[in-house]
Design a protein around this ligand. Structure first.
Ligand code: GH3
Ligand code: MG
Ligand code: MG
Ligand code: MG
Length: 310
């Protein structure tokens, strides 16, 4: 890379390296009817480590985008036969959001209002041809950086920062989607650590936090194929999709045993921690309703002496 202005180059170089690391293997698509323009942009995007595909018009680009939901960047020309850049952007935005696929529109100079229309139809940015290589790199870099920022923010909004598990908000969204997509019998489980207050009282709040992290990672590694969330202080929820209650019970009975015999190591002390588990059928009720049932079962498990599945 040539960074011309030395006064600004340090900050830019740092951003560039960070983004290059993220671009590695990331898929980009170029839609342009000019072969020369396509190969020039392809070269430049490959320099930014993108895995590049190209299309000679909007229609072909649309088909490629439909077949490849992992494409993260679309560079599209305005004037193309069969489907122009505006039509392409409008069509693509029906199934790919601005925070999921970055679109940069391109067009020859001298046509007023094209950049504004590209952006109104859903492009993230715009470049006028012929462009300086440096401007091309800066705009692509900036657009991809914004996409990464949004994805980082979304990711952290869906996570519990102590355990790294999903949080309650994500769990409810996930459950709603699951209900819509699958009309099958699912199992919902609520796990609550037994006598957790004792851990805080004897090992301090920090020890309690460590215990939560360790319990969280034990649940996560055991149920790695499933969505696990921390839904309360020392409460976790898991859904086993397409697994009915009787089989679900076997999974959680096995986990309960595994956890009860596990040696947790907290501030150099080896301790045992047990959990009570309440289960519910989760098929055509709302998650809130299924949670109520699981919560009752959990209460019953506590009454039965804890360290059991109801
Ligand atoms: P039971 O067997 O009936 O569930 O008893 P318990 O002591 O586990 O339940 P209780 O609800 O009385 O206490 C839960 C405690 O969890 C109370 C609260 O201070 C603690 N807690 C909640 N969130 C956190 C956290 O993030 N970190 C720590 N260290 N403690 C937490
Ligand atoms: Mg053209
Ligand atoms: Mg509790
Ligand atoms: Mg508890």
């Amino acid at each position: 890379y040539v960074i011309k202005d030395n006064r600004d180059s340090y900050h830019y170089a740092v951003k560039l390296v960070a983004q290059l690391l993220r671009n590695q293997g990331c898929k980009a698509l170029i839609a342009d009817d000019s072969l020369l323009s396509r190969s020039l942009m392809k070269q430049m995007l490959e320099k930014q480590l993108f895995d590049v595909t190209d299309a000679h018009d909007g229609q072909q680009a649309l088909e490629i985008l439909k077949a490849n939901p992992d494409i993260k960047l679309l560079m599209t020309d305005y004037a193309m036969p069969s489907m122009d850049g505006f039509e392409l952007v409008k069509a693509v935005r029906n199934f790919r959001g601005r925070d999921d696929l970055a679109i940069i529109g391109l067009s020859g100079a001298g046509k007023h209002g094209l950049s504004a229309r590209f952006i109104k139809y859903g492009a993230n940015d715009f470049l006028t041809k012929p462009f300086m290589n440096e401007e091309f790199h800066c705009r692509v870099l900036q657009t991809m950086e914004q996409l990464s920022l949004i994805s980082d923010i979304k990711e952290s909004a869906h996570r519990d920062h102590l355990t790294g598990l999903h949080n309650r908000r994500y769990f409810y969204q996930y459950a709603e989607k699951l209900l819509k997509s699958k009309n099958q019998k699912n199992t919902l489980a609520l796990l609550d650590i037994d006598f957790f207050k004792n851990i805080n009282d004897t090992l301090g709040h920090e020890g309690g936090d460590q215990a939560l992290k360790q319990v969280g990672s034990l649940i996560r590694s055991t149920f790695s194929k499933f969505t696990v969330a921390r839904v309360g202080g020392e409460e976790f929820a898991i859904i086993l999709p397409e697994i009915e209650l009787e089989r679900g019970r076997e999974y959680f009975e096995a986990f309960r045993k595994k956890m009860a015999s596990y040696d947790f190591s907290i501030s150099d002390k080896s301790i045992k921690i047990t959990t009570s588990i309440g289960l519910a059928d989760f098929q055509d009720t709302s998650l809130t309703q299924a949670m109520r049932v699981a919560d009752k079962a959990l209460y019953e498990a506590k009454n039965q002496g804890r360290n059991c599945v109801v």
